[in-house]
Design a protein around this ligand. Structure first.
Ligand SMILES: [Ca+2]
Ligand SMILES: [Ca+2]
Ligand SMILES: [Ca+2]
Ligand SMILES: [Ca+2]
Length: 499
């Protein structure tokens, strides 16, 4: 199907993304190095339009998808039409451009102490009411109850969480030991695992097309650190997940833009290399068969995609987040402030705000989010704001849920996060009872989510954290968790059956 292109849509001017129909594709005849697809009519088209190169997206035999690059003076809009009409083509679309959804604030050196960062700065995880930032009020307990969640689960060391972003400062002292590596891929100039990428032993960079996904922007390092900063090392920050590996995938360039081809490639790579969760704090306004196909591939392989709503303070849908309505392995995430209200605005622009719409699933803390920086390997004084920051927090909690119960499907994880989210915390006009388009099902609560996994799996080793209130009222069991008993000694309570 031919897409109509509006001027508002950004795309690479000399590139096209195509998918060859499965029946037309032959691995034997295909040769990317020689720009040969093995399909006569298509090769003729490529020749006529002078393609410079042809790059597979994902494993070509699975995806039959290709990025075509033409000479710079090609009119992609008219070329697109010709390709779309070729009988061997499933779809053709521009290589759209998306943007990271977080903005960095000025580094702070004096407003906050340089120690005890967890208590003083990580309000989204544990909010003791003392966090102070210009334009944002703070309320005790406007957080995800992370300190309680860690009593239940801190993460499976064998799990991989991919962060598709601007890369990662892989040498930073507070995350270096957490970076995923692929033992089979030796650094020898040879593609040892035959995935088409040479020496991709620690992820990939689709901006420069090399094996070094080092962050040159900062967005990806902040997002990765939210999930995987080394906890309990007396330095910097505590990541949501203390043990799992972080797979850095670079798709955003130093100016915060990513092509859809790079994004799709990173999704296929994450699946093919064993990631269970992908955090993608990037969004673009164009729909895309390429991205939808990659999400479908993730679903088939039980991989969860957590994506951001974007920061436009309006109802315009952004992708991949908006694919949450079509695919239940996608969680679309909005942002809240330290007072539990929907972020409006973020600190960096008075007209910004957490975008909304009926495709939103949950919200999470996302404004003034301190984390790891790229200035040095001991850089701690940067903070960012955006649905970009809320997204890895949700991805991190999802990874803990999957660590606790690996057999859960992405759809079940999404459901747990939705059912245990805290509702009616925002502005009453927006945060109506149950689902609303501004907050989805509410602000996630990591502790409630993990507890629900524990309860549903009859794992009662954490029973002492729960108190079942007697009598049963109106047929409902009321469970008070340790959260509500803060400061109150926990004594044994009988576990009651529903009445
Ligand atoms: Ca390889
Ligand atoms: Ca190698
Ligand atoms: Ca740390
Ligand atoms: Ca609500």
């Amino acid at each position: 199907m031919l897409l109509s292109l509006s001027h508002a849509q950004e795309f690479e001017k000399n590139q096209l993304v195509i998918k060859i129909k499965k029946g037309f594709f032959s691995k034997q005849k295909f040769d990317a190095a020689k720009n040969i697809t093995g399909i006569q009519s298509l090769d003729q088209l490529n020749q006529n339009n002078v393609i410079r190169k042809m790059v597979p997206i994902g494993r070509i035999e699975d995806t039959t998808s290709l990025l075509l690059e033409f000479n710079s003076d090609t009119d992609v809009v008219s070329v697109l039409k010709i390709y779309a009409e070729n009988p061997a083509i499933d779809f053709a679309e521009p290589n759209y451009i998306a943007h990271g959804a977080g903005v960095k604030g000025a580094d702070t050196f004096s407003t906050f102490p340089n120690d005890s960062y967890f208590l003083s700065r990580q309000w989204g995880l544990y909010n003791n009411g003392t966090f102070s930032a210009s334009g944002m009020t703070t309320a005790t307990d406007a957080d995800v109850d992370m300190e309680l969640a860690w009593d239940v689960e801190t993460g499976n060391p064998n799990m991989i969480i991919a962060v598709s972003d601007s890369g990662l400062n892989m040498s930073h002292e507070d995350i270096a030991a957490r970076v995923w590596t692929k033992p089979v891929e030796i650094i020898d100039g040879i593609d040892n695992d035959g995935n088409g990428l040479i020496d991709d032993y620690r992820g990939w960079d689709w901006v420069s097309n090399d094996n070094n996904p080092t962050d040159d922007h900062g967005h990806g390092t902040n997002c990765s650190g939210i999930i995987g900063s080394i906890a309990n090392n007396g330095k910097g920050y505590a990541g949501v997940n203390w043990n799992s590996k972080i797979m850095p995938l670079k798709v955003l360039n130093s100016s915060n833009s990513a092509t859809y081809a790079a994004m799709a490639n990173s999704l296929y790579y994450a699946v093919d290399n064993g990631a269970k969760v992908v955090s993608m704090s990037i969004g673009g306004s164009s729909t895309s068969s390429l991205i939808a196909n990659a999400i479908s591939y993730m679903k088939t392989n039980n991989v969860l995609l957590v994506a951001c709503m974007m920061n436009n303070n309006n109802e315009v849908a952004n992708y991949p987040a908006a694919y949450s309505t079509a695919y239940d392995n996608v969680i679309a995430v909005g942002s809240t402030d330290a007072n539990d209200k929907r972020t409006q605005p973020f600190f960096w622009s008075s007209t910004s705000g957490s975008s909304y719409g009926n495709h939103i699933n949950v919200v999470a803390p996302g404004n003034y989010i301190y984390g790891l920086g790229i200035d040095s390997n001991t850089s701690y004084n940067s903070y960012w704001g955006g649905t970009s920051q809320a997204t890895p927090l949700v991805a991190g909690v999802a990874s803990l849920i999957l660590s606790k119960k690996p057999t859960l499907t992405p759809a079940q994880v999404r459901n747990i996060l939705q059912l245990t989210a805290e509702d009616m915390k925002g502005v009453p006009a927006e945060d109506t009872a149950g689902f609303d388009k501004y907050h989805g099902w509410g602000r996630i609560n990591a502790y409630a989510a993990l507890n629900s996994v524990v309860l549903n799996t009859s794992d009662i080793e954490k029973e002492d954290q729960l108190r079942i209130i007697n009598p049963v009222v109106n047929g409902y069991l009321e469970i008070i968790n340790r959260k509500k008993l803060k400061g109150v000694p926990i004594s044994p309570y009988p576990v009651l059956k529903a009445g």
